[in-house]
Design a protein around this ligand. Structure first.
Ligand code: HEM
Ligand SMILES: *[C@@H]1O[C@H](CO)[C@@H](O)[C@H](O)[C@H]1NC(C)=O
Ligand SMILES: *[C@@H]1O[C@H](CO)[C@@H](O)[C@H](O)[C@H]1NC(C)=O
Ligand SMILES: *[C@@H]1O[C@H](CO)[C@@H](O)[C@H](O)[C@H]1NC(C)=O
Length: 348
């Protein structure tokens, strides 16, 4: 009787303990999420007559809605060239997603390049630039594509040109193709979040100024300032570089070409954070000086630790601002059709 009683108390205590551990974890996540950027950008600023898609993007950016998509499934009609499919944004894009799915299977080299390409197209912009951003220019402008910072992206750039040649007659633009492919690659990499998807970006081939893409040799303060000028807070930056969970380098140190940034580089997990911060980083994991600096600078080290222990919290911050953002300043959010995440086939 007495033993039973004690066992019951022990069970309650254990429950209470795990409850309080969960509560503490929730509080910690909340504290981290509350330091995200909530800044609006582009034509969203001061627009009181947003379309449904514009309103949805706005809600995500200010943090009143989540960017993480639902699990609905879209089943396209089995026609590719028909008017019916042409008239349906989701139908057209479901074919694109099928191509992505085949090409990025296994979170392979092209999948990793696709994620990085989405970043490099969107990031070639800051608040003082009237144009640029996710406008397709990283593929459409040969001079931009050939820049040193875009080394390692040649294969995916060629692939994008091919897809664009095939699909532009259906109204599939380069800027959307790049961001949609990056989002698809992220989901295809096991563990990657399924993010709400939008189409309607305008394509442009203007060459952006130099200096907008971060250097792996910059310290935390430099990269925080660089990203602040793009409306990203330090917390957003720490979340974003977590994309190096599926990264391999060839041009930071060519003598170590092929070395990854964590031990699980075909999985979208948080091992990258811990392994970067650890004094005992596993052999053959190559740390970028920029990542090391973010992991140990006073402004970002706590956030670094927090994401390293909270995959879901990390997924919530990670992508919205890059992949959802349209070509800033160019778009009037006639995102006619908000493309809901359900376009992804059941596999996801
Ligand atoms: C401070 C910010 C960042 C710096 C300095 C940086 C720098 C780099 C460098 C130097 C590489 C290796 C290129 C090579 O040698 O082949 C790389 C790879 C990569 N980066 Fe970043 N990056 C940053 C942020 C991001 C962000 C925000 C994303 C995505 C949202 C991203 C995604 C990737 C991916 C997926 C790869 C792997 C490419 C591959 O394996 O082919 N990076 N990054
Ligand atoms: C709001 O936008 C819609 C369509 O974009 C337009 O028809 C309507 O006139 C606009 N209303 C105002 C008050 O600007
Ligand atoms: C924005 O980018 C331009 C071009 O690289 C640069 O000259 C300018 O200083 C940047 N603005 C800010 C606020 O960082
Ligand atoms: C912190 O990061 C810098 C790179 O920016 C590196 O030189 C330094 O050794 C790191 N400190 C520790 C304790 O890891």
């Amino acid at each position: 009787m007495r033993t039973q009683h004690l066992l019951a108390i022990a069970a309650v205590a254990k429950e209470a303990h795990s409850f309080s551990a969960r509560a503490v974890a929730e509080l910690q996540r909340h504290a981290v999420l509350s330091t995200r950027s909530t800044q609006l950008l582009g034509d969203l600023v001061g627009d009181s007559n947003l379309t449904a898609a514009g309103q949805s993007i706005s809600n995500i950016l200010v943090g009143t809605d989540t960017a993480v998509g639902n699990t609905d499934v879209y089943t396209p009609p089995d026609v590719q060239d028909s008017q019916k499919c042409r008239d349906d944004e989701c139908c057209k894009w479901s074919y694109a997603v099928k191509m992505f799915e085949q090409t990025y299977s296994g979170c392979n080299d092209l999948a990793r390049q696709a994620i990085r390409l989405g970043f490099h197209d969107a990031a070639a912009w800051n608040l003082t630039q009237p144009n640029g951003g996710a406008d397709g220019s990283v593929v459409l402008n040969d001079e931009e594509a050939a820049r040193f910072e875009n080394k390692g992206l040649a294969d995916i750039i060629k692939q994008m040109q091919q897809w664009h040649d095939q699909m532009s007659k259906f109204g599939v633009g380069m800027a959307d193709l790049i961001q949609m492919s990056a989002m698809a690659a992220t989901v295809i990499c096991p563990g990657g979040p399924r993010i709400k998807a939008f189409v309607g970006r305008e394509d442009h081939d203007d060459l952006p100024p130099e200096g907008l893409i971060p250097s792996p040799f910059s310290d935390a303060q430099t990269n925080i300032a660089l990203f602040e000028a793009k409306t990203f807070a330090a917390t957003d930056l720490v979340a974003l570089v977590g994309a190096h969970t599926v990264s391999q380098q060839s041009f930071v140190d060519p003598s170590k070409a092929g070395e990854a940034q964590d031990t699980t580089n075909t999985v979208w997990d948080v091992a990258f954070y811990g392994e970067t911060a650890s004094p005992n980083t596993p052999p053959n994991v190559f740390k970028f000086p920029s990542d090391l600096s973010l992991s140990n600078s006073s402004e970002t080290s706590a956030t670094w630790q927090a994401f390293g222990a909270d995959q879901n919290g990390w997924n919530m911050v990670c992508f919205p601002r890059v992949f959802i953002s349209p070509a800033r300043h160019r778009v009037t959010f006639h995102f006619t059709d908000l493309m809901p995440s359900p376009i992804f086939p059941p596999l996801f």
